[in-house]
Design a protein around this ligand. Sequence first.
Ligand code: NAD
Length: 358
Amino acid sequence: MVELFRDLEDYGHEQVAFFQDKDTGLKAIIGIHSTVLGPSLGGCRMWPYKSEGEALRDVLRLSRGMTYKASLAGLDLGGGKAVIIGDARKDKTEALMKAFGRSVEWLGGRYITAEDVGMKEADIDTVRTQTKYAVGGSNEGGSGDPSCFTALGVFQGLKAAVKAAGLGEDLQGMRVAVQGVGNVGYHLCSLLSAAGAKLLVTDIYEAQLEKVRDEFGATIVTPDVIYDTECEVFSPCALGAILNRETIPKLKCRVVAGAANNQLENESDGNELMKRNIIYAPDYAINSGGVINVACELEGYNRELVLTRVNKIGHTIANILAMAKREGIAPHIAADRLAEERLNEKKGNGSQRQVVTA
Ligand code: NAD
């Protein structure tokens, strides 16, 4: 317990709530990092975590990331996230989703849930039978799968980073190595291909790879060689913590710009990229298209408005990279400062920190 509070203090969370339901087997943790800018919003991840500690760390990191993401995206929303411990393919039932929905409802609107890994639109629809605090479903004005908006934002941010690296504005013939061609990676490949980029792709699922090869003429590389692949841009669209002590020395790119959350294993890895003269587009700044899309549901969904907002991600990345250059700091630090500026303005005298369990 002592360590739990130390972690919460380090991450700066307002509230962390634990939910269990014996009948359905629900074991969920909801992390509310900040409600300074508004109610916290963030997806629910269902994953077979090896330990409860691993699940807790994940929810703490992810929910803090959402605070920064919403702040930089100019949303009047805070940062939150939920994790459910379990294998989505085996353990997910309608009853379990309903129990999760009741847990969200108990927080009275301080946390709004959405999809993340292991959750689908239909699950959000089930959750919504128990609470109105859920977005990204297919019913009642739901905006559905956000990954094409995430991909559009990444595409705009990638172009801004390429320009900042002195590689020009035209992606024609530019080599982009995409790690993970799932929901976001696939849509990103489509946009990059239309812009004339040369795609080098990897995934652990053959079917996904064949699809992007057949549709976009992508060259397939194996997962272990993606880091060593000669390219102008490396685009991580699969896992977190892939920029680390082992992988950074291997990179043969000028820019890292992709959708994955928590790409830097440690803060110091952002500095290592800078030392290697590799421009890094901070993950939570470039991948905010999805949250911008679902957040729009709260004010009445308007696709045109979403597209306008998502297209601004290019400017956000350009601003971050310009600030980093001006101040001689790594881009992830510049992004944190810009996000914190808005939070501090709103916070005034600081927010209350509270931890409850349920
Ligand atoms: P997804 O599960 O649809 O796609 C991920 C792909 O990565 C899968 O095809 C998977 O097979 C592949 N993969 C897994 N391990 C791999 C490995 N070791 N090497 C190569 N490929 C591997 O997920 P997604 O929705 O496309 O999200 C991708 C990333 O973007 C995730 O980190 C997610 O958190 C982040 N993200 C997604 C959204 C969104 O709108 N979906 C929004 C913000 C951030």
